[in-house]
Design a protein around this ligand. Structure first.
Ligand code: SAM
Length: 260
């Protein structure tokens, strides 16, 4: 793959490229089926941007599900396969670029969003700095991220058993950097202010084995032993015909002053 921006962690970058080349649109297929309070996670991500003028830049846009929830959408992603999936769905314009080096003028945008990307983008500090750079003062961005809760205890038990079966915790590279205190510090440093940080438990129906399998596949598990994946599959098989909670976190960022 052409280097869009050299990653400080080449094995992780290569893993991500392969993962999304093999299964473009996987995040959209799962999150489109999640609901809480009558909305899906993408609608939740778009809510704080409802009154904003376009264009709205979507970082790590994947197959572009946010395009259907926002006016004036522009998508960017490093994965050619994901961007191809967006084009196949007549979503555009899209450009292939890393969130850590955006081909966009400083202060050119009022609004941005990033659904399920900041937990994996490497390095996240550069992505936050770029986000601050391209937003004008008074600009706003929303981020949606995986969260550790809220999860009803019965579903927490399933996640616990799943992690035992996988013999690893379900974690993302930037989890520590995105903890509330660390995020506040990192964003303040670049001229962004966290104006809202909340969590919502979405419900994902697992009607079929294929749904359960896709959920398992969607978890980034570099180098996992196939036998561990089979063990994870057996845990999720116990929930087919039922639902699983998918807890998510939504952060609203406001652009304050010019970053140094
Ligand atoms: C979990 S998917 C989310 C896709 C989409 N936003 C959604 O919610 O359906 C993460 C996306 O981040 C992209 N990605 C990873 N690192 C990136 C980077 N440095 N810059 C831009 N996109 C990146 C991947 O290619 C993938 O499409």
């Amino acid at each position: 793959m052409r280097a869009l921006h050299p990653s400080p962690n080449p094995p992780w970058a290569a893993y991500l490229q392969r993962f999304h080349a093999d299964r473009p649109g996987i995040t959209e297929r799962i999150l489109n089926r999640c609901h809480a309070d009558g909305i899906d996670p993408y609608q939740w991500c778009a809510q704080p941007l409802a009154d904003r003028p376009g264009p709205i830049l979507d970082l790590a846009c994947g197959s572009g599900p946010m395009a259907d929830r926002l006016h004036g959408w522009i998508g960017t992603d490093t994965s050619a396969a994901e961007l191809g999936a967006a084009r196949d769905r007549q979503r555009g314009p899209v450009m292939r670029a890393s969130a850590t080096r955006l081909p966009i003028r400083t202060g050119a945008l009022d609004t941005a969003t990033c659904s399920m990307g900041m937990q994996i983008i490497d390095p996240v500090a550069e992505a936050l700095s770029e986000l601050a750079r391209v937003l004008r003062p008074g600009g706003r961005a929303t981020l949606v991220l995986p969260a550790g809760g809220p999860t009803p205890w019965r579903h927490a038990v399933t996640y616990g058993r799943l992690q035992v079966a996988l013999r690893q915790r379900i974690r993302y590279p930037n989890d520590n950097r995105l903890r509330p205190a660390a995020l506040r510090q990192a964003t303040t440093a670049v001229g962004l202010q966290v104006s809202d940080d909340e969590r919502l438990a979405f419900t994902l129906p697992l009607d079929t084995a294929a749904h359960a399998d896709e959920l398992l596949t969607s978890i980034y598990l570099p180098g996992i032993d196939p036998a561990r994946l089979d063990a994870g599959r057996r845990v999720l098989a116990g929930r087919i015909g039922s639902t699983l909670t998918v807890p998510l976190r939504r952060i609203v960022l406001e652009r304050t002053e010019a970053s140094g």
